[in-house]
Design a protein. Structure first.
Length: 362
C-alpha cells in the first residue's frame, strides 16, 4: 500500500460518533483523528495473556499456532483480558520456513535451526512455496478471529522481516551480534541477495494471504535490523523489505525493528504507513525524521514489571510526547514480558483510552 504525504488539515472529528477499536486503530494507521489513541501490545497473544497457560498445559506452541481454532483462541485472549484495540495473530515469525524445508525447534531461548544456511547450495535447497496454500491454517484462524470480534477490534497479521529471518537461518539460533549472518552478507553478497529474494517472495505471499483472509493491518517484524548501519541496511536489506511492503495491498502496513534509531529514514523509505519505534527513541524525533507516517510505540515494557506507579508515569510521558497527534498507536518498545501483571496491562489500556485523545477529539 503506497503512502501519500500528509497535506492540509486533518478532518474534523465527529463528536457524536461511537468508535470501535477497529475503527480507532485503522484511523491511526491513516493518520486520521479518532476519539482516542489506539493501543495494543506486541507479543500480547502469548504468555502474558490470562488463559494462555491453560492452553499450553494441553497443547504445544506449534500445535496452537497451526490449529486454526486454537490459534484464534490465543489471539482473542488479550482483547478480552486487556481491552486492546487490535488482535495480533498468535504466530511465530519462523512459521513460513517450515514448509520451505527448514527443520527447527521453537525453544525457550528462541528458534533453533537444525541445519543452518551457510552457502549457495544450502539456499538452493530451500523450497519456494505458495503461502496461501501451505500456511492456510493462519488464514483460517484470521477468519475465525474476525468473525468473533465483529469489528470490535482490528486484526493484525504478521511476518518476520528479511534480515531477521535470514539471521536466524544463518546463525542457527538467537545471536547477540548476527556475526555469521553479516559475514555471509559481506563475503558472498550474491548468495545473500538470492536468499533474501526468496524470503521476500514467501513473506509477501504470506502477508497478502493474511490480508485476503481479513487482516486489516500487517506488521513486518525486522527485530534484528538494528544491528546494521544505515548504509548496510540500504544496500543489503532495504530493496527486499521494499518489495515486500510495496507488493501487499488492501491493508495498512507497519514496519518495526528494535535498535533502529539510526535506520528510521531508510526503513521508512523501504515502506510502511506506520513505523514502529522502540523505547530508546524519541517519538517527537521520530516524527521529525519520518514525516507523513504514523508512529507506533514506545513505552519501556519493564515499567509494567515495576508496578502501576512506574507504568502510569511512563504512559503519561509517552502520551505527552505524542502530543495528541493523529497517527500515534500506543505500544511498548518491544514485546510484552510474560510476567506482566494482567491488571497492570489493563489499567494501562484504560489510561491511554481515557487520556490519549488526539487534537480535535471531543
Amino acid at each position: 500500500m503506497s503512502v501519500a504525504p500528509t497535506t492540509g488539515t486533518a478532518p474534523a472529528l465527529a463528536p457524536s460518533r461511537i468508535w470501535t477499536g477497529e475503527q480507532r486503530f485503522l484511523a491511526a494507521c491513516r493518520r486520521e483523528p479518532a476519539d482516542t489513541t489506539p493501543v495494543w501490545f506486541m507479543r500480547q497473544a502469548g504468555r502474558a495473556s490470562p488463559g494462555y497457560q491453560q492452553l499450553r498445559e494441553r497443547h504445544s506452541v506449534m500445535e496452537i499456532a497451526t490449529t486454526p481454532e486454537l490459534c484464534a483462541q490465543a489471539s482473542l485472549l488479550p482483547v478480552e483480558a486487556f481491552g486492546v484495540d487490535a488482535a495480533v495473530m498468535f504466530a511465530d515469525i519462523m512459521m513460513p520456513l517450515v514448509p520451505m524445508g527448514v527443520s527447527l525447534e521453537l525453544a525457550a531461548e528462541g528458534p533453533i535451526i537444525e541445519a543452518p544456511i551457510r552457502s549457495a547450495a544450502d539456499v538452493a535447497r530451500l523450497r519456494r512455496i505458495d503461502a496461501a496454500v501451505e500456511l492456510r491454517h493462519v488464514s483460517e484462524a484470521i477468519g475465525l478471529v474476525r468473525g468473533e470480534l465483529a469489528g470490535r477490534a482490528a486484526v493484525i497479521g504478521l511476518a518476520g522481516g528479511p534480515f531477521t529471518l535470514a539471521a536466524y537461518l544463518i546463525e542457527g539460533r538467537p545471536s547477540r551480534d548476527q556475526a555469521l549472518a553479516k559475514a555471509l552478507m559481506y563475503g558472498d553478497p550474491a548468495t545473500w541477495h538470492t536468499l533474501l529474494e526468496l524470503l521476500g517472495e514467501v513473506t509477501a505471499g504470506y502477508l497478502q494471504a493474511q490480508i485476503d483472509a481479513g487482516a486489516g493491518a500487517v506488521q513486518l517484524f525486522d527485530s534484528w535490523a538494528g544491528s546494521l548501519s544505515a548504509t548496510d541496511y540500504a544496500e543489503y536489506v532495504a530493496p527486499h523489505a521494499q518489495r515486500i511492503l510495496r507488493s501487499v495491498t488492501g491493508a495498512a502496513t507497519i514496519h518495526f525493528g528494535t535498535g533502529t534509531e539510526g535506520l528510521l529514514e531508510v526503513m521508512a523509505e523501504a515502506g510502511g504507513e506506520v513505523i514502529g519505534v522502540d523505547s530508546r527513541q524519541s517519538l517527537a524525533a521520530a516524527w521529525a525524521r519520518v514525516p507523513g507516517r504514523g508512529i507506533q510505540g514506545n513505552l519501556d515494557g519493564a515499567r509494567l514489571l515495576a508496578g502501576w506507579s512506574a507504568t502510569e508515569a511512563g504512559t503519561r510521558a509517552v502520551l505527552t510526547e505524542a502530543g495528541g497527534r493523529p497517527g500515534h498507536i500506543f505500544n511498548l518498545g518491544h514485546g510484552i514480558a510474560p510476567d506482566t501483571d494482567p491488571a497492570t496491562a489493563r489499567r494501562l489500556v484504560e489510561l491511554v483510552h481515557a487520556e490519549g485523545k488526539p487534537a480535535g477529539a471531543a
